[in-house]
Design a protein around this ligand. Sequence first.
Ligand code: CUA
Length: 319
Amino acid sequence: MLAGCSGDRSILDPAGQAAREVAWLWWGMLAFSTLVLVVITALWLYAFRGGRPTERSSRDEKRIARRWIIGGGLLLPGLSIVVLLAFGVPVGQRMLPLPLPDGQQAERIEVIGHQWWWEVRYPDAEGGEVVTSNQLMMPVGEPVDFHVTGADVIHAFWIPRLGGKIDMIPGRTNVIRLEADVAGVFGAQCAEFCGAQHTNMQLHVEAMPRDDFDAWLAERQAPPEHSDDHQAARDTFVEHCASCHRVAGVSDGQQGPDLSDIGDRVSLGAGRLAMEEGAIGYWLRHHQQLKPGNRMPSHDHLDAETLDDLGAWLETLSP
Ligand code: CUA
């Protein structure tokens, strides 16, 4: 139970105002429901008490029963719901993309849920749109509007330490405004069951000072440099992978994750495998065992060496 109180995906360790209010609401509800549990248990035990039979007429009994039903069954729950609404509605209000004072603009980040990975787009980046996948960088200390949608089925976008979750529905765009008060790494998780690999649909979120964030975007404006050392691997990629994956300056596939900066990521398969030397080759050889059912076809018709070389080249793709 205590493990839920910290960690990079704990709602009880908030890192933004909206999340803090959600956490307070959670504690309030826990306290209140504990109180209800205690009272109900006490009444239940009281019902077992011994003692003389009462002298009450059946009419009196009915009157008393009615009082309990109206008080305990209608008034108390009604009152509880009103109190919850009074605290809950303003918490939700904070996450709506309302106009900001002084003409301030919230940073716009688009997040698209796929089975089972995240596409992240920065349409307003100076110098042209930046696209990445399975990682999300954001500025700290300023509001960010996340425009979310789903590409195939319904997913849900959730950064527990920053605030509430929001559904990603195909054909519709939902917007949630979140703000990080502290720089750091936060975990995010798909929060709507979306198929066999729903668990392995994790997103690495990093909040950083504005200057670092702008530098991160700027780095991605220039296509990665490709050395001649990996020409054979590049040819393999163009033949077998390019129709699904984009690598800036090499291919423009849109089916799978954009790989232009894959060498710079912390994990593969949306959190399934830690990124380290040789990890991409390993992933290419075993991805259907590591993440069964994922949309990338098996590449077992290529020999292990070819896949490892391909992985080694992909690992160099870093801004
Ligand atoms: Cu995507 Cu669950």
